[in-house]
Design a protein around this ligand. Structure first.
Ligand code: ADP
Length: 157
């Protein structure tokens, strides 16, 4: 069985993430969305909420699983028997960091491959942090995040 992992903070999930998930799901028997438990960063949404938003937004895609992980991604991959990391690329600015991460992960486990999917041009400027910033100041983020997230985002801020 071909299993991929799409890791991230998803704080919160945006339509840019969902676009990668939908397209990525077609490449694998199973695509695991790995939600990072990052204790250093303090996320706006709890882990449970981030997972709930993802599960709700992906419920139409049968081969998606949403799971949390902490520590090394490649350890999580080993436990899940996954061999491919899926990443989205928005701009050249993403490249340097992702390049470093991909090479480090390959050094840690040469059997794991990272693949990059080009963003959908509709969402290339989207990031979770920009969404939070705009919402904080009352800007409209309709059409950029799932509706369920939109409702809770304004409540939260
Ligand atoms: P963000 O960078 O928005 O805070 P994450 O850390 O959760 O989000 O990102 C997880 C993955 O999703 C990364 O590989 C990132 O490059 C990708 N990604 C995030 N937003 C988009 C987008 N709008 N289009 C394509 N890929 C994206």
């Amino acid at each position: 069985m071909k299993i991929g992992v799409y890791p991230g903070s998803f704080d919160p999930v945006t339509n840019g993430h969902l676009d990668i998930i939908e397209r990525g799901a077609k490449l694998f028997d199973k695509l695991i969305v790995g939600v990072l438990i990052n204790n250093n960063k303090s996320p706006l949404f709890s882990l449970e909420k981030r997972i709930e938003f993802l599960e709700y937004s992906c419920k139409g895609i049968p081969n998606i699983e949403v799971e949390s992980f902490s520590g090394l991604l490649i350890e999580f991959m080993k436990n899940k028997n996954a061999k491919t990391i899926v990443k989205g690329l928005r701009a050249v600015s993403d490249f340097e960091y992702e390049f470093q991460m991909a090479l480090m992960n390959r050094k840690l486990n040469p059997e794991i491959e990272t693949i990059f999917m080009m963003t959908n041009n509709k969402y290339s400027y989207l990031s979770s942090s920009l969404i939070k910033e705009v919402a904080k100041f009352g800007g409209c983020v309709k059409g950029l995040i799932p509706e369920i997230v939109e409702k809770e985002l304004y409540k939260k801020i």
